[in-house]
Design a protein around this ligand. Structure first.
Ligand code: FES
Length: 340
């Protein structure tokens, strides 16, 4: 017997579909034209996540870096792994418009520049011509790039605002990794790279509260895209505080670009935090959560955006609940080092 499932979204819209017995929820949604953002379809990336508000379900495989035990207790689900066992309702923390687009497009970009911006980070610039300039993505979303000379794909957040003449991606250079090896050893201006975009449900919502942006490592990429867009608009009418955590001070990158936001975005503040500093570092040390201003945030509604590795994301989530700051709205994107 088919079940009736409701999908409700942050913009207040609700869409319905029928799910056949034992059918994967995501497949049923796609069959009904509800294009839930997705990527891996293997229970790993968490792009397709929602929260069950009523009804019974099971999940096939959920990677523990996609959803924590706490997430599972809160009935968060990965729709690519979910099978409903009754009529049910699910909530998604993004607007329904994200599900109605034509979905990700496949395109090609030509490498126009490779910028090594720290010993561990490079920015890949891709010229995509009119197709790329017209690519309809939201700052914070990501693209999946096919690594030249391989069949492997890796995902990177846009470090440029939509409509820019070139796409930019911040890429962490691991000691060994398929994209890292390509960037270090083979990448040349003129190389053609296939990509699929836009992907993901992490994006800058309408801003009506102060913004707390927390980046770990190359998680900065998503915020560069968002801040470029805010800067182009001359600000967002709210204060914006960017925290940027890295292990070593030498890993900090794009500092001149970030400093320029202070000129272009009223109320912009920036705090870099280094977890394993050498003797020359005079700024904040340790982990970002230790430096967040709880007193200032306790009575102030705010939106927090997190993008970085799972331990950083989990530490900020814990900080938020430990200090009773659930009145803030939380949006997050976790990534793993295998992304590089
Ligand atoms: S699409 Fe990656 S977890 Fe569902």
């Amino acid at each position: 017997m088919p079940y009736k499932v409701a999908f409700s979204f942050a913009d207040g819209k609700t869409l319905f579909c029928q799910v056949q017995g034992n059918e994967i929820l995501l497949d049923a949604a796609l069959r009904s034209g509800i294009k839930i953002p997705l990527d891996c379809r293997e229970g790993v990336c968490a792009t397709c996540q929602g929260r069950c508000e009523s009804g019974q379900y099971t999940q096939d495989y959920v990677d523990d870096e996609a959803l924590s035990a706490q997430d599972l207790a809160e009935r968060k689900v990965l729709t690519c792994q979910t099978r409903v066992q009754s009529d049910a309702a699910f909530y998604f923390d993004f607007d329904s418009s994200l599900c109605g687009s034509a979905g990700p497009a496949s395109l090609q970009g030509t490498v126009s520049r490779v910028q090594q911006v720290s010993p561990t980070t490079a920015i890949l610039h891709l010229e995509t011509g009119a197709v790329g300039a017209a690519l309809d993505y939201l700052p914070g979303q990501y693209a999946r790039l096919k690594v030249p000379g391989t069949e492997l794909r890796r995902s990177y957040s846009f470090a440029s605002a939509p409509g820019a003449s070139q796409l930019q991606f911040l890429i962490r250079l691991l000691p060994s990794g398929v994209m890292s090896d390509y960037m270090r050893e083979r990448c040349q201006v003129g190389d053609v790279i296939e990509l699929e975009a836009p992907l993901g449900a992490f994006y800058l919502r309408h801003v009506d509260r102060p913004l707390l942006l927390v980046a770990g490592g190359t998680g900065l990429s998503a915020f560069l895209g968002m801040l470029d867009q805010i800067a182009v608009q001359g600000g967002c009418g709210q204060p914006v505080h960017l925290y940027y955590g890295v292990r070593d001070a030498a890993d900090l990158c794009e500092l001149a670009r970030i400093a320029a936001y202070a000129e272009r975005i009223p109320g912009f503040r920036f705090t870099p935090v280094v977890s394993e500093p050498d003797a020359d570092w005079t700024g904040k040390t340790g982990y970002i959560a230790a430096h967040l201003d709880v007193a200032a945030l306790r009575d102030q509604p705010f939106d927090v955006y997190l993008c970085g590795p799972p331990p950083m994301v989990e530490s900020i989530k814990t900080w938020r609940s430990d200090h009773g700051l659930e009145h803030s709205r939380l949006y997050l994107e976790k990534f793993t080092e295998s992304n590089s």
